[in-house]
Design a protein around this ligand. Sequence first.
Ligand code: PMV
Length: 324
Amino acid sequence: MTTSSATAVAHPNIAFIKYWGNRDNELRLPMNGSISMNLKGLSTRTRVTFDSSFPTDIFDLNSKRQTGSSLDRVVKHLNFIRGLRGISTHAHVFSENDFPTSAGIASSASAFAALTLATVAALGLDIPEANLSRLARRGSGSACRSVPSGFTEWRKGHSDLDSFAVTIADPSYWSLTDCIAIVEENQKKVGSTEGHATAYTSPLQAARVADSDRRLDICRNAILKKDFQALAEIVELDTNMMHAVMMTSNPPLLYWQPITLEIMTSVSAWRKTGLPAAYTLDAGANVHVLCEAEKAEIIQRRLSSLPGVKQVIISNVGGAAHLL
Ligand code: PMV
């Protein structure tokens, strides 16, 4: 019997310029590049143990044995990385989020970044960061952005070989904060893998994609210049464009609740009256409110006072996926 094991930690990320729609669903090659920040306050810790005596792969998430599509997705990713080593040894994957999975925060980015790093290390492979990011991309597109540190940009690339994320600024560069207003605790109804697959059915997707390099330039420059006003405007435009595509896809995807819209309009109004804040949403009803660190307390207080906001989670800029 041979055993090898490794443990990795990764943070989820919140996209400022969104990834929505693939040009190749199997390779998860995106239609457009994206920019995000890693979320320091939240993490996934994953231990992968390969043992030649295991009859099958096992996946435990938050101490619950997984079956069905949750297990299948992990096994598919293990198979992909095992294939690189030319082995078929089964593994036990033990994964825990330090944030409630029920909080409606997308965990696939941190999950596949941590799973990729732990699997690669347990197999004794020594892989540079860009290639780790490429491998993580195959599990979940946004996971490629959780591999490098801080503010990261996923360049869409020309092929599998050059589609990966890189750091554009370290966590200490700018103390941006994400105040996450949790309004819905259930898992999202339609997951992003399914959503990416129907993005092309929206007549608005082509326009969103055609304008994406311009938005990426504005966002990258706003981060590098620490220009919050410019960042706020482009982040809100980009999330509105993604949700416009979602709403006009076939079948339509409408993730907002009434409270979602109330937070969005409140945040825009706060900014106009001198409190710099910006909203952005993933494929769900929860609202991520970005601000500079010194404004986080007042924003948390204001968000918490809105009826329908269940809790507000605060997160600063996080580092890279790493081994323990
Ligand atoms: O990586 P996925 O397949 O979970 O897609 C992420 C999609 C969004 O969260 C909506 C946008 C993004 O860029 O993170």
